[in-house]
Design a protein around this ligand. Structure first.
Ligand SMILES: Nc1ncnc2c1ncn2[C@@H]1O[C@H](COP(=O)(O)OP(=O)(O)OP(=O)(O)O)[C@@H](O)[C@H]1O
Ligand SMILES: [Mg+2]
Length: 252
């Protein structure tokens, strides 16, 4: 089933057409990677899906309903979660307290415990922490987490809001090789229960997580398919010519 179906999406900033008829489908419980050179419109596409920015034309159907034009908080409430590059983790609080913050829109963790029953919330937090590899870190102050762990906490915090579709923009950026490998495991587990759309430049990472790949160029789809199909596509290679990504792809 298609969780996300985007048709004919356009967006201009002034005279610049940043999205120019974008079409994108993401199937339930699969992970689609969104690739493309700098400025292709990948982040803008995510801004449109989450309602952070308004599209000019086109349609965005999520879970069977048109969401284009809805407010950002309404789209989030319907089950579209987004992990930003700069985490919203509160460094002075423990990992557990950060999870509690994310568990409800109320920003009073103590009140949340009373409202939902601490045991119930704690079980959800334990499960989520387990999934993002932070079960052993729950009582650590978040400021002491490594870069990778901070990213996982952020993913966990988005998961606490019960999203059906998860959007992530360059989640492995700045991670060590080990952290990136762990992130691959986390994503491959998340696919069992969630639908994911991930923007990423690291080709090895993409190869390890993507069920399907969409390559964007100048605000529209240049190519689509499995990673193996994309890597041998002459159009894709032409667009990436001389860039690191092509080198990565060529030496894989
Ligand atoms: N708020 C804005 N106002 C004006 N122009 C914008 C705005 N947001 C994005 N753009 C322009 O839209 C184009 C696409 O930007 P976008 O950030 O979506 O690209 P991207 O594919 O995410 O690139 P990158 O790989 O570098 O993150 C760029 O030319 C950018 O300068
Ligand atoms: Mg971007």
């Amino acid at each position: 089933m298609g969780v996300l179906e985007i048709r004919g999406l356009t967006k201009s900033y002034g005279a610049v057409k940043v999205l120019n008829g974008l079409e994108l489908d993401v199937t339930e419980c699969t992970l689609r990677c969104l690739l493309g050179p700098n400025g292709a419109g990948k982040t803008t596409a995510m801004d449109m899906i989450t309602g952070r920015q308004r599209a000019d034309e086109g349609s965005i159907v999520f879970d069977g309903n048109e969401i284009r034009g809805l407010r950002e908080d309404e789209i989030a409430r319907r089950g579209v979660g987004r992990k930003f590059q700069i985490p919203s983790v509160v460094k002075d609080l423990s990992v557990l307290e950060n999870f509690l913050l994310a568990a409800a829109d109320d920003v009073n963790p103590i009140r949340n415990m009373f409202r939902f029953g601490f045991k119930k919330v704690k079980t959800r937090i334990d499960d989520t922490a387990e999934r993002v590899g932070l079960r052993h870190r729950l009582h650590l102050q978040a400021g002491y987490l490594s870069h990778g762990e901070t990213q996982w906490l952020e993913i966990g915090m988005v998961l606490m809001q019960n999203p059906k579709l998860l959007l992530m923009d360059e989640p492995a950026a700045g991670m060590t090789e080990h952290e990136a490998e762990k992130t691959v495991e986390i994503f491959n587990d998340l696919k069992k229960t969630h639908t994911l759309l991930v923007v990423e430049h690291d080709m090895a990472f993409v190869r390890s997580i993507a069920d399907s790949v969409t390559v964007m160029h100048m605000g529209r789809v240049l190519a689509e398919g499995t990673m193996a199909q994309i890597e041998t596509d002459p159009e894709v290679r032409r667009v990436y010519l001389g860039t690191e990504e092509l080198e990565d792809a060529a030496h894989a």
